[in-house]
Design a protein around this ligand. Structure first.
Ligand SMILES: Nc1ncnc2c1ncn2[C@@H]1O[C@H](COP(=O)(O)OP(=O)(O)OP(=O)(O)O)[C@@H](O)[C@H]1O
Ligand SMILES: [Mg+2]
Length: 497
């Protein structure tokens, strides 16, 4: 990405990354590849040339003065004029200076002029709060997390420093660290060496979970239910199965594109979240949950960094299922964004859409929503998701399957229960309400001398539950949702296996 931006003549790129050294190294690689020079500015060391392409410089007749004085942030921008043409100019930790009007005015004046001279500004810092005035001139990006081979090199390094042999299962150890920065990985490896005496993938995974959790928006979810735990929704299940198989090496060789993902909209408690978990289990891939509400409600400057980091983590640990639960909560502010938060929400949203469209790593997005009125129309347009499914209340046949699935989950044989009768008695129930009836029935039997639960207990319990679909408040909403679902989405429900 960074390479594309530099090559395609953007005047300024902001790279959000805690790994300054890796970004500079990447810039150096790009500079060498395209015969460019590399310069760097920081508040402590001021302006330095890091790499000079001698051939290109010879063309300038040796007129170049390497000692450029740029003691302050405004000068740092202005002195770009003295750099040789075709230079990548890295500015480290520049973000605190954006607040100064002098800085952004100078930036505005300088960027376009420098672009003509082939000078690309690359701002590198872990956080970035670009003023609205410059949002159009600076493109934001991030560098991918270290790849497996880079992590393997780190493992060799750590092993050597600790005086132990590199682990035999080095690939598994590196895999466990995918999604961490180099220094985070070093720490996780060191921790593993201290606590368990070797490079232990589970210890490293645990540490990674902690680090990912600390980022505040992502969570690795454990899951053990496969698709058979989902009753009904057979259209959705079938679709998911065929799509996910497109991630296989065979499908890739065949030339199928990676699926983008699916949006599940529907009645609460009918299996949207459950399907996301079941899919990850069935696919035997990690499940990353992205908290859309948290993503968007944090500090303005961080929102953007959070999003990018979250998506980069997902790419690093891919193949993975990225589950964005209750996405409408994060997107509610998109329409009013220009008025309320100087466009940050809209920009983050735009970035997400672009990422959805252009991502090339096997990240399968499962987004869920209850309220479509909160979703921006662009989001629902064809081509963003591979498919939008509407998840309705289960009909009688589906309720039979949900009841059976719930009983099996509690180690009961559905054959021993009058499932047909139960399905008839739970008209209008959501999957969650059926679960509630089963659990209540079991409690009832348990408290009655711990005897075995029967269909009668569950029937009894079901009578005490008033389903949401019958409450005044929610009935209207469900009707409206259904109306929308019929027109704009594909039906997830359907009889069958
Ligand atoms: N189709 C189903 N088959 C089996 N169990 C189900 C089904 N739907 C819901 N359940 C049960 O209800 C619980 C809650 O469902 P889930 O969290 O998937 O609902 P949801 O559609 O995500 O609801 P919400 O919109 O409130 O997030 C599940 O953990 C599961 O036990
Ligand atoms: Mg849910």
């Amino acid at each position: 990405m960074l390479e594309n931006y530099i090559k395609s003549g953007y005047p300024a790129v902001a790279v959000l990354s805690p790994e300054e050294n890796r970004v500079v190294a990447e810039c150096r690689r790009i500079a060498e590849r395209y015969g460019m020079h590399l310069a760097q500015w920081s508040s402590s060391k001021h302006l330095q040339m890091l790499h000079v392409n001698k051939k290109a410089l010879a063309g300038l007749g040796g007129m170049f003065d390497f000692k450029i004085k740029a003691p302050d942030p405004v000068e740092a921008l202005k002195k770009a004029a003295q750099l040789p043409t075709n230079t990548i100019y890295c500015l480290l930790d520049y973000h605190p200076y954006w607040r100064s009007p002098d800085v952004w005015r100078t930036a505005k004046d300088t960027f376009q002029e420098m672009k003509r001279r082939g000078i690309v500004f690359v701002f590198i810092s872990a956080q970035m709060d670009i003023p609205v005035e410059l949002a159009r001139e600076i493109v934001m990006t991030t560098i991918p997390f270290p790849r497996r081979e880079e992590l393997e090199a780190v493992i060799h390094h750590v092993a050597q420093a600790a005086g132990v042999a590199p682990p035999e299962n080095i690939t598994a150890v590196a895999d466990a660290a995918l999604g961490l920065t180099i220094s985070e990985a070093e720490n996780a490896f060191a921790l593993s060496l201290v606590t368990s005496g070797n490079f232990d993938p589970p210890v490293i995974m645990k540490e990674k979970e902690q680090i990912i959790l600390k980022s505040g928006v992502l969570e690795i979810i454990g899951h053990d239910l496969d698709m058979s735990a989902v009753g009904g929704l057979s259209q959705l299940k079938q679709w998911l199965r065929t799509r996910v198989s497109a991630f296989s090496p065979e499908a890739q060789a065949y030339g199928l594109p990676f699926p983008r993902g699916v949006l599940l909209v529907g009645v609460p408690g009918c299996g949207k979240s459950l399907s996301a978990k079941a899919l990850a289990s069935e696919w035997q891939k990690p499940l990353l949950r992205l908290d859309a509400g948290r993503l968007f409600s944090s500090f303005v400057g961080e929102t953007e960094a959070n999003t990018r980091r979250a998506l980069a983590v997902a790419e690093a640990v891919s193949p993975v299922v990225l589950w964005i639960d209750e996405i409408e909560k994060g997107l509610a502010g998109v329409q009013s964004s220009n008025r309320t938060d100087s466009g940050v929400t809209a920009r983050v949203f735009g970035h997400f859409l672009t990422w959805m469209q252009e991502k090339t790593s096997p990240v399968f997005v499962v987004a869920t929503a209850n309220d479509i009125s909160q979703l921006p129309p662009e989001f629902l347009r064809k081509g963003r998701f591979d498919e939008i499914f509407f998840v309705d209340l289960p009909d009688e046949q589906e309720r039979r399957q949900v009841i059976a699935a719930q009983l099996r989950r509690r180690k009961r044989d559905p054959e021993q229960f009058a499932v047909d009768e139960l399905a008839k008695a739970t008209e209008g129930f959501s999957g969650a309400e059926i679960e509630e009836a089963v659990v209540l029935g079991m409690f009832h039997a348990w408290s009655d001398n711990r005897r075995e639960v029967t269909a009668a207990d569950i029937l009894e319990a079901a009578r005490t539950i008033i389903p949401m679909s019958e409450s005044e408040m929610t009935r209207e909403r469900i009707i409206a949702l259904r109306e929308w679902g019929r027109q704009a989405a594909r039906l997830a429900n359907g009889a069958g296996a």
